[in-house]
Design a protein around this ligand. Structure first.
Ligand code: UDP
Length: 236
């Protein structure tokens, strides 16, 4: 049985991590904060942690049921979940099905164009460098990861995209793009980690094309709780 002997380990922009008395497991605590522009915009919104924990839990349970290797064990209370402890790669993996956001700006391509073959991008998590876009050769050169591991991650990401596109479409939601992160468990097995929520995905209503994600906050700082609740209701 996993433990309740919680010890604070670290705190990020939207989560706190605690160790348990099982050295292979951690508790992830979802804070109420929402951030944008690398933390420049930061706001606390009541119940946001609870809703993101609920949404991430549903998505990771679904992925676990599809045999995707993830860190998720179970939700332990409204704002916390128990997960396998992994060594995170300092990389963000983005998968895109429709052109939007940074890709549109970088390449001068109109937002909204459908991408027939999903595009994969790697960003190096480094605040001082403003999280630059890199490729697989840079990641290996930086000694962060091996080609073999990148290949495994590419395959998992592609599978996650296929699964989640369908999962959301069944709820009348289009999966535009998303960010995922990976870590290595004690046996070096690569596990999908972190969260998957409207904070980390672009989700559009299929009929109205209304945004159901963090872009609402990025653009005008509006409260996002009504739309995050809407996502939870649809997938719950
Ligand atoms: N994303 C994220 N965390 C980041 C950067 C991006 O979760 O630090 C997600 C974002 O919500 C979107 C996708 O990754 O679903 C692609 O984001 P993009 O590169 O277009 O960046 P943006 O336009 O948001 O700056």
């Amino acid at each position: 049985m996993s433990s309740n002997k919680k010890k604070f380990l670290l705190e990020g922009k939207t989560k706190k991590i605690y160790t348990t008395d099982n050295k292979n497991e951690i508790i992830i605590h979802y804070k109420n904060n929402i951030t944008a522009l690398n933390g420049l915009k930061n706001k606390s919104i009541q119940d946001k942690g609870m809703i993101n924990n609920a949404i991430t839990t549903l998505i990771f349970k679904f992925l676990n049921s599809c045999k995707v290797p993830t860190h998720f064990i179970r939700k332990i209370n409204p704002i916390e979940q128990l997960c396998y402890k992994v060594n995170m790669f300092p990389l963000e993996f983005i998968v895109r099905n429709i052109v939007y956001g940074s890709m549109s700006k970088r390449l001068g391509i109109k937002e909204g164009i459908i991408i027939n073959h999903p595009i994969f991008e790697i960003f190096y998590k480094n605040d001082a460098l403003n999280d630059p876009l890199i490729n697989n050769h840079h990641a290996v050169f930086l000694d962060i990861i091996s080609y073999k591991e990148l290949n495994i991650i590419h395959n998992i990401s592609s599978n996650v995209n296929t699964l989640l596109k369908e999962y959301f479409l069944n709820k009348n939601i289009i999966l535009v793009d998303f960010k995922i992160e990976f870590g290595k468990y004690k046996n070096n097995k690569i596990l999908l980690s972190d969260e998957i929520s409207p904070d980390t995905c672009r989700l559009w209503d299929k009929k109205t094309m209304k945004k159901l994600d963090k872009d609402i906050f990025r653009k005008n700082g509006d409260d996002i709780m009504d739309i995050y609740m809407e996502v939870l209701k649809r997938i719950g």
